[in-house]
Design a protein around this ligand. Structure first.
Ligand SMILES: Nc1ncnc2c1ncn2[C@@H]1O[C@H](COP(=O)(O)OP(=O)(O)OP(=O)(O)O)[C@@H](O)[C@H]1O
Length: 249
């Protein structure tokens, strides 16, 4: 078996007296999609913050493709291939889809330098990415005129253009219509194998569409791991969700 692509080893962060992430161990293979579930305040978003470098760990290690990135700055991790998709869109609304992609591309010139002399190959790659996220007809559309779902897909395209290999998603289906959620699931399923993804999500319908292995956190710790069926029948998971089941049903 090959070594894991991402490894969290005894990862910890404290905010004052609160252990938001408290000795978390997690391993992902390259190309794997992992859903990260858990009740409110379990430490899911903080875990993504620790991986992308927005928050610094107070203990433990993060290994990406064997490299220790625990103490790297956020931009260094982005260069190493870590991409983070936040809930609030970060696109430039007054620019077109293609201009947003151009800006994203210019943030990682190294990847594209190799294609510099091959303009058609570069355009081919952008077309391929836009096809994947269903935005080929919106090439010249102002980002501010896109629907909520399309804006989210543009952000995914921007991460792909930046050549992010590990993409971290925080509630990607939030606020989407049923059709948009379904299309987003198709995009995620198409990215499996070529990209490694961690998806924090409360929408269990969406999780069912995309899930392979599921990790459940509670109080900063790993509570359960396995297929959806396995974690759903785990009594510890049921206990952790008591009182929340109406909220997230
Ligand atoms: N910067 C911070 N300073 C202090 N406490 C924080 C900070 N960020 C998160 N926390 C606390 O850490 C705990 C874990 O929060 P986190 O947002 O990671 O949970 P979550 O599992 O993503 O929850 P939700 O599903 O509600 O988004 C919470 O108690 C939260 O209040």
């Amino acid at each position: 078996m090959s070594a894991p692509y991402l490894q969290l080893i005894d990862l910890q962060v404290r905010f004052g007296g609160l252990r938001a992430v408290d000795g978390l161990n997690l391993s992902l293979n390259f190309g794997e999609l992992r859903c990260l579930l858990g009740p409110n305040g379990a430490g899911k978003s903080t875990t993504l913050d620790l991986i992308c470098g927005k928050t610094r760990a107070t203990g433990g290690k993060i290994l990406l493709d064997g490299q220790d990135i625990t103490h790297m700055k956020e931009y260094q991790r982005a260069r190493a291939g870590v991409g983070r998709k936040f809930q609030t869109p970060t696109v430039f609304k007054e620019l077109s889809v293609s201009e947003n992609l151009e800006i994203a591309r210019s943030q990682n010139p190294g990847v594209w330098a190799a294609l510099k002399t091959f303009r058609t190959r570069r355009q081919g790659k952008i077309k391929e990415i836009l096809d994947l996220v269903n935005l080929n007809d919106q090439f010249h559309t102002l980002a501010g005129n896109l629907s909520h779902g399309q804006t989210q897909w543009l952000e995914i395209a921007m991460l792909l253009v930046q050549d992010s290999k590990l993409i971290l998603f925080d509630e990607p289906a939030a606020g989407m219509t049923i059709q948009e959620t379904r299309r987003t699931a198709e995009i995620f399923n198409a990215l499996k194998g070529s990209h490694t993804m961690i998806v924090v999500e409360h929408d269990m319908g969406f999780v069912r569409e995309i899930a392979e292995t599921v990790t459940v956190m509670d109080m900063g710790r790993l509570l359960s791991e396995g297929t959806i069926q396995e974690v759903e029948s785990d009594p510890a998971v049921r206990r952790a969700y008591l009182g929340e089941e109406h909220e997230h049903a």
